[in-house]
Ligand binder design. Structure first.
Ligand code: ATP
Ligand code: MG
Length: 773
């Protein structure tokens, strides 16, 4: 999206200008992809601050990713200047909630202090496993396999817990059964399904919920959903906080409103209060987060009910894509069983462009190869399309791997966006756990991860003995291990510690002498890092010192993170990842005051990275690879959607409800509408998925079929009889006995499967259409 020009108002259409300048208190803009919703939202902020007498710090803009927030601020800086633009509170729901909680969580009186940690998905899963082990349901199973099975389903159950929290926004501090009840009522009201019914009884789930929350509390940690429900609790229960926040944020603007969940909706409602103004933009046809608890009715119905006098504005024109691409989008969306009742077709502003092309590979390898050849052709050809203006989108992460190897082989640079790969690496998780422990010495999940990293000869028994020792004293392991840390002081040369009480003797802890000595060293390393941080030593220096004290490089060198010994490239790669992390920490803390706040801020930022927050510089050259979910809100000159096959896009599963399938179709629609100039819908006729040995034949996606059949109709209308005469088979022949038979069998017009057949006949070369490769 180009920078907001200084004449930002004149560059807008009349409809857009009306939305930017409307003086109504509550405004909802419902419009299709590429119609300028995000641009209107940004322009409205600029307008409020330049013409509406609004101070930038009175504005709260909620975006869907952190990157989008930064982009918005950069654009606003062009109109308002950097200093004023930075005063605007722009960020995701989660990052905003972190700030609210850092400021007010102590006022909730729930035992948390402002130094809480944030658990990402991996940490939350580890904590939830612990919780499930504590439930009666688990303990009653005496069969090992059944227990394993229950733990395996724990990930799924954690999703259920997450949904519960998101749909029972006032759940913070409530008991599990109250929260589960509230969620059940919500599901009954909305006709949703009870996801946990197959796995656990409700009271078991409530128990697991309570255990899980207790583990989080003991570790002074909040998971992502707690951030939302905790901030809602602050607004509900701390009147001072509510008044203060309402007084400050007089203008609240929310992008991608169709994907808000109940907790987010409630948060906005409480923040807006009686006085504030609220401006939301979204598109129900792009609602793709229902699986994560988003409720599209928030945008469709609740908004009008809850905000008296609210107005609705629409934007008709599409500025992003060519008419050809928009037609493909309409056809894809046409596969849904239901659409927004009031939706209007997209009206292209752009001139006609190249046809949407279909790429067919015999198998997934060929599909990838044809895509890459096409990329090279576009890059090297007359148009000279930069690689960074091309994107490959896929429904499932597995398809990323199918693309990566051929890209490397073909010498095409690429960048994987999201997937938080870097942060999932073992060595990075280790170092983050060291840092988390430094920031919060009672963080049990972090402690458990690294208490034996590098190896200290503890083993499961040693750890259990340590825990038993802590329990005897009525403390968590962290509290017991780091007791008396406040008395520790750095020596003058900063190299050592004074005043830290020694650990009790090895025997008392149930440890062997060597393990005891190593645990003591580990403890001193963490406390020293904490003292260095408190002494305002720059964050990256603290990391260097800490890793040296822990001898972590040697650990990697000797294959401690996996991947063989120090001679291998793995060591170099892993150590360079650690260096990258150190550099990122340095960048983060560069223009901020050092200290514990900087460390916590850095850890917050890392924990809150979303799938779409790329780690690489925006300018870096390289084809973008990402899931369709991560591509939401983005745009690229050239888009390849790979894996347009039934079962992949749309994903189809057992017991799938029609609304789930519709969400899959909307996902396809979102993918298609990311393209500005060229769109390639790609599929393979056979594919190996999920580690299967053999390739299985596939059916082309109904969305692709809908497109080709639509294209066919248009083609046929234009095709002259003469053209028919020159072709023995002609293009799609409705009297083709095979197709006629199938039509009769289905009893109604052409099904998507027939369209698919028709499409693949064409693809395999029975007629010469320039749009087919
Ligand atoms: P999505 O639903 O995908 O998030 P959107 O409605 O938010 O899309 P934007 O990203 O704001 O759409 O705009 C799409 C593209 O159209 C951007 O490149 C934007 O700069 C451009 N655009 C929007 N309005 C205008 C305009 N009036 N003149 C020229 N370009 C415009
Ligand atoms: Mg947008």
């Amino acid at each position: 999206m180009p920078a907001l020009p200084a004449d930002f108002l004149t560059a807008l259409s009349n409809e857009q200008r009306a939305a930017v300048t409307a003086s109504d208190k509550y405004i909802r803009v419902i419009a299709g992809p590429g119609s300028g919703k995000t641009r209107v939202l940004t322009s409205r902020i600029a307008h409020l601050c330049t013409h509406g007498g609004v101070w930038p710090y009175e504005v709260l803009a909620i975006t869907f990713t952190n990157k989008a927030a930064k982009e918005m601020q950069n654009r606003l800086a062009k109109v308002l200047g950097r200093v004023r633009a930075r005063q605007i509170a722009a960020g995701t729901f989660h990052s905003f909630c972190v700030q609210v909680l850092r400021r007010f969580i102590e006022d909730l009186g729930c035992g948390y202090t402002s130094s809480f940690m944030i658990y990402d998905q991996g940490d939350a899963q580890a904590a939830f496993m612990q919780a499930v082990k504590e439930t009666d349901a688990y303990k009653q199973l005496d069969n090992k396999d059944q227990r394993k099975q229950m733990l395996r389903t724990a990930t799924k159950l954690l999703d259920d817990v997450s949904n519960i929290k998101n749909n029972a926004p006032s759940c913070f501090q409530k008991r599990g059964h109250q929260v589960v009840d509230a969620h059940e009522r919500f599901l009954i009201r909305t006709g949703g399904k009870m996801p946990w019914a197959n796995n656990l009884e409700m009271h078991d789930l409530a128990q697991a919920y309570d255990m899980y929350q207790a583990i989080l509390r003991d570790n002074r940690a909040l998971d992502f959903d707690d951030l939302l429900s905790g901030a809602v609790a602050v607004l509900q229960k701390v009147p001072g906080a509510r008044q203060q926040l309402q007084a400050r944020f007089k203008h609240i603007l929310v992008d991608e409103f169709q994907d808000t969940n109940m907790a987010q909706y409630e948060l906005v409602r409480l923040l807006t209060g009686e006085q504030g103004s609220l401006f939301v933009v979204g598109d129900p046809d792009q609602a793709i987060y229902g699986w994560r608890g988003a409720v599209v009715a928030n945008m469709r119905e609740s908004f009008l009910k809850d905000y008296a006098g609210a107005i609705t504005l629409n934007l008709r024109d599409n500025y992003r894509s060519t008419p050809e691409i928009l037609l493909a989008a309409e056809r894809a969306l046409g596969c849904a069983s239901s659409m927004s009742p009031d939706r209007q077709p997209l009206v292209p502003i752009k001139a006609s462009g190249p046809r949407v092309e279909i790429i067919t590979g015999e198998d997934d390898r060929e599909e990838a190869q044809v895509v890459i050849d096409k990329m090279k052709q576009l890059h090297g050809g007359r148009e000279g399309v930069a690689y960074k203006d091309m994107a490959v989108l896929y429904r499932i992460h597995t398809l990323q791997r199918c693309m990566e190897e051929p890209l490397v082989r073909g010498g095409v640079p690429y960048i994987v966006v999201g997937g938080t790969k870097f942060w999932d690496k073992k060595e990075i998780k280790d170092v983050l756990a060291f840092l988390r422990l430094t920031a919060s010495l009672e963080d049990g999940v972090a402690l458990e991860r690294i208490i034996n990293v590098p190896v200290r000869g503890l083993g499961a028994k040693g750890v259990a003995n340590l825990k038993a020792w802590a329990k005897e004293q009525g403390q968590s392991l962290g509290a017991a291990l780091f007791a008396g840390h406040r008395r520790a002081r750095l020596t003058a040369d900063l190299n050592n510690l004074e005043g830290l009480p020694d650990l009790p003797p090895a025997k008392q802890l149930g440890l062997k002498a060597q393990a005891h000595a190593k645990v003591e060293l580990f403890r001193r390393a963490i406390v020293r890092a904490r003292c260095l941080t408190e002494a305002n030593i720059p964050l990256d220096t603290v990391i260097i010192e800490l890793l040296e004290d822990l001898d972590y490089e040697q650990h990697i060198f000797s294959g401690g993170c996996g991947g063989g010994d120090g001679k291998s490239d793995t060591y170099k790669l892993r150590w360079s990842n650690v260096q990258q992390l150190r550099a990122k920490a340095g960048d983060y803390s560069e223009d901020r005051p050092q200290g514990l706040d900087a460390l916590r801020g850095f850890l917050d930022e890392v924990a809150l990275l979303t799938d779409a927050d790329s780690e690489k510089a925006e300018q870096a050259e390289g084809v973008r690879l990402m899931t369709v979910h991560a591509a939401k809100g983005l745009e690229f000159k050239v888009v390849f959607i790979v894996g347009c096959e039934e079962g992949i896009l749309p994903r189809v599963w057992e017991d799938q409800l029609p609304e789930d399938l519709d969400e899959e179709i909307r996902l396809g629609y979102v993918g298609v509408t990311r393209a500005e100039e060229r769109l390639y819908l790609c599929h393979a006729q056979s594919r190996a998925l999920y580690g299967e040995w053999s390739r299985k034949s596939t059916d082309v996606s109904r969305m692709l079929a809908a497109h080709t059949s639509g294209q066919l109709k248009a083609m046929m209308a234009k095709t002259t009889q003469a053209a028919h005469a020159t072709s023995s088979r002609g293009p799609y022949d409705p009297s083709d006995p095979e197709i006629a038979l199938r039509r009769r069998r289905h009893g109604e017009g052409r099904s998507w499967r027939n369209e698919a057949r028709a499409a693949s006949r064409l693809v395999t070369g029975s007629c010469d259409l320039p749009c087919f490769t």
